[in-house]
Design a protein around this ligand. Structure first.
Ligand code: URA
Length: 200
């Protein structure tokens, strides 16, 4: 079986943690399977649970417009979450749930091998920093800075930024998020130019 089909089927039928009992749909992720940029959110929300697609509610609309603001389309990147099922009432994911679910993200990352992994929000950032053996401080200190890291054997740049849902209700966070996406676009352009020069 194609490895992507296998992962998505396993996620859709997963019972590794109690969240399976509450879900309507698990949400594996979507986008380019050779994307340069992978976005990792926290967990599906209500609309994501209903549709089986990541970031399609209000926070997703903001994320999509930020991606388009970088001159990319949603289809050019890969979008997923740390955990693939919605926690009841959108509560924070628990450590056991993250531990049970993280092997899926690890397999997705190994297939995509993105250059940049954008951690959306502190739960994603903390989980990914710890997985890379890095100390997570806080979003206020570390947002918007690409950090070279090795994540499960894949060399990436980790890029933490605020969660779009938090920015929906806080204009100051929204401004920071927009600036982080502008910096990310510059970083990606710089990296592309660097790669091209390597071949000249
Ligand atoms: N918030 C997330 O963290 N992920 C989604 O997919 C939607 C909202």
């Amino acid at each position: 079986m194609d490895p992507w089909e296998a992962i998505e089927e396993e996620i859709r039928t997963c019972r590794r943690c109690p969240l399976h009992a509450f879900r309507r749909n698990a949400v594996p992720g979507e986008g380019r399977r050779d994307a340069e940029v992978m976005f990792v959110g926290e967990a599906p929300g209500r609309v994501e649970d209903e549709t089986g697609r990541p970031f399609v509610g209000a926070a997703g609309k903001l994320l999509t417009s930020l991606i388009e603001g970088m001159g990319l389309r949603r289809e050019d990147v890969y979008i997923t979450n740390i955990i693939k099922c919605r926690p009841p009432g959108n509560r924070d994911p628990e450590q056991d749930e993250i531990r049970a679910c993280i092997p899926y993200l690890k397999r997705q990352l190994a297939l995509i091998k993105p250059r940049v992994v954008v951690a959306l929000g502190r739960h994603a950032a903390r989980t990914l920093f710890e997985a890379a053996g890095l100390k997570w401080r806080s979003m206020a200190k570390d947002h918007g800075k690409p950090l070279a890291a090795e994540l499960w054997g894949v060399k990436v740049h980790l890029y933490p930024t605020y969660h779009p849902a938090a920015a929906l209700y806080n204009p100051r966070l929204k401004e920071s998020l927009e600036r982080d996406f502008e910096n990310l676009a510059r970083f990606l352009k710089g990296k592309r130019r660097g790669t091209l020069l390597d071949y000249l």
